[in-house]
Design a protein around this ligand. Sequence first.
Ligand SMILES: [Ca+2]
Ligand SMILES: [Ca+2]
Length: 210
Amino acid sequence: KHGHSFSDLNASHKKLLVQQSRSGCNCNPSSLQACYSQRNLANRRLSSCNSQVRSLGAQRSSLLRQVSGLRSQYAAVVKQRDVLQGQLNVFVRYQNYGWKYYRGSFYYFSTSKANWQASRNYCTARGADLVVINDAFENNFTREVKRIAWIGLYRSGSNWRWVDGSYLSSRASYWAPKEPNNSGNREDRGEIWLYNNIENWNDAPWADAN
Ligand SMILES: [Ca+2]
Ligand SMILES: [Ca+2]
């Protein structure tokens, strides 16, 4: 009987030890202190975790804003590329048909001869017009035709006007010496004439075949 009760006691002691180890805390003052300090440590870790979560949340929103900014930049660049590609296609098409590009415009130097009005019709049928020479650069560029060629200049009463409706400016006027002379009183259109000179224009009768 003694042996029996001792083994019972032993068993219940073991059971208590198991319960104790499961609870993780011993209920004596020093282990209670350890328990508090573990709780405090856990709280500090929790609070550090929380602030990391907040900081990651802020980073996430900032990254999302950046992503949306990059998406709209990307869309804008794609649009820009398409516009440039379209311009390039036009450019290549014009060049393939023998047009020359100079300072923002395309020019076509025709080799066929016709009077001023027929020449102008030839141009307008191609969505263009006889050349309007606005400055010294364009004057020098058009002289490269190296032959007599009509320009979009015509006499209007006592004035000279361009086909775009503007009046000839004395600041961008490149008449050859002693021109326009209205020879025979029938010279009413402008042409590139002395193309080797800067001052190269002549007035000629519109019906001439240039
Ligand atoms: Ca021009
Ligand atoms: Ca003349």
